[in-house]
Design a protein around this ligand. Structure first.
Ligand code: HEC
Ligand code: HEC
Length: 297
């Protein structure tokens, strides 16, 4: 590429085709025309230059040796963020205090503003601590109860829920909710034949088709071994976290193999305790959150 520059100020080089003055720059025979900048563009340019000067006066701008130019407004985004954070913390502390001093959990649910706060902080604490086991939104999985429905192992009042969260179920905490279903097969309490009959019995309790001879055979064993927890008619007992066996809800699966495994090995699922990991306001918020998920009593 060849670039030639013709710089002679007195001698104007007019482009023949457009009739416009050229800058005198030429590349491979292509000349640069000297069109003036559009007026609107120029005006905008001068306005921005003017605006930058106004900005220097009022707002923080140039860096200096000992800090930057502060500007007459003394504006600081960092301070604004700190102020906003302080406000948020004060708001949280105030509401946490109100959660703590509410006479009962149901007082919280009656105060719309406090309820809203509890729901928001409960939902976020649930996502952080509980969703791994109970699912996002509390839908549950096999072995991990659904917290949205009105089927409760240990009870669905606000205070029941709070106690469960605080101390856990079969957790290491001395106040934990406790009951141990024996492993009837593993511990040799029932024979394999009895366990097979017992599966029919459980299916019969749930209103499904079952071998009625097996049901009749095992009835006395059920009354002797199971009724203390699951009730004579199988409706369960919340004081012991023993599920209702007559409904269509199954915590550990509804197929015959799952029912057999439950009776043979027992499950005795563990729910951790939270009273040492979460503070009181968070536990209160979580209780309210779980209570309002759908099945609260
Ligand atoms: C490591 C898994 C795990 C985590 C984490 C967990 N849970 Fe549980 N949770 C369980 C299991 C398992 C049960 C059922 C225990 C049983 O069989 O009795 C349960 C039971 C419950 C119950 C009782 C339900 C009923 O029907 O009575 C509530 C309420 C509950 N969890 C709430 C929570 C909350 C709130 C959190 C978070 C702070 C949480 N859980 C975290 C495993 C977990
Ligand atoms: C000491 C109390 C206790 C006794 C006795 C007991 N259970 Fe249970 N059972 C429970 C508890 C508590 C659970 C659920 C919690 C867990 O295991 O995590 C349960 C769960 C079950 C389940 C699972 C239900 C579901 O929703 O998946 C079946 C089925 C069952 N038991 C049958 C029996 C049978 C049959 C017997 C007698 C041979 C029996 N249980 C004796 C306490 C007991």
């Amino acid at each position: 590429m060849k670039a030639t520059t013709m710089t002679s100020s007195d001698e104007k080089d007019i482009d023949e085709v457009s009739g416009v003055d050229t800058t005198g720059h030429e590349w491979d025979g292509i000349k640069e025309l000297n069109n003036p900048l559009p007026r609107w563009w120029l005006i905008l340019f001068y306005v921005t230059v003017f605006w930058s000067v106004v900005y220097w006066v009022f707002m923080p701008s140039w860096p200096g040796i000992s800090g930057h130019l502060k500007g007459t407004r003394n504006h600081s985004e960092r301070e604004n963020v700190e102020l906003a954070l302080d406000e948020l913390q004060a708001f949280r502390a105030e509401n946490a205090q109100r959660l703590l001093s509410a006479r009962s959990l149901s007082d919280i649910e009656q105060d719309p503003q406090l309820l809203q706060f509890a729901m928001a902080s409960g939902a976020s604490a649930f996502g952080d601590n509980c969703a791994t086991c109970h699912g996002v939104g509390g839908g549950g999985f096999r072995g991990y109860p659904n917290l949205n429905d009105d089927v409760w192992l240990w009870g669905g009042t606000l205070d029941d829920i709070k106690q469960t969260i605080r101390y856990g179920i079969r957790s290491e905490h001395p106040e934990a909710r406790m009951s141990i279903m024996p492993a009837f097969g593993e511990q040799g309490i029932l024979s394999n034949a009895q366990i097979s009959d017992m599966v029919h019995y459980v299916e019969h309790l749930a209103g499904r088709d079952a071998d009625m001879e097996a049901v009749a055979r095992i009835e006395p064993v059920y009354q002797a071994q199971c009724s203390a927890c699951h009730g004579a008619s199988g409706v369960g007992d919340r004081a012991q976290g023993a599920p209702n066996l007559t409904d269509a809800e199954w915590l550990f699966g509804d197929d015959r193999a799952a029912i057999r495994d439950t009776i043979y090995y027992a499950r005795n699922a563990v729910m951790p305790h939270w009273n040492e990991r979460l503070d009181e306001p968070t536990i209160a918020a979580l209780s309210v959150y779980v209570h309002t998920l759908g099945g609260g009593e």
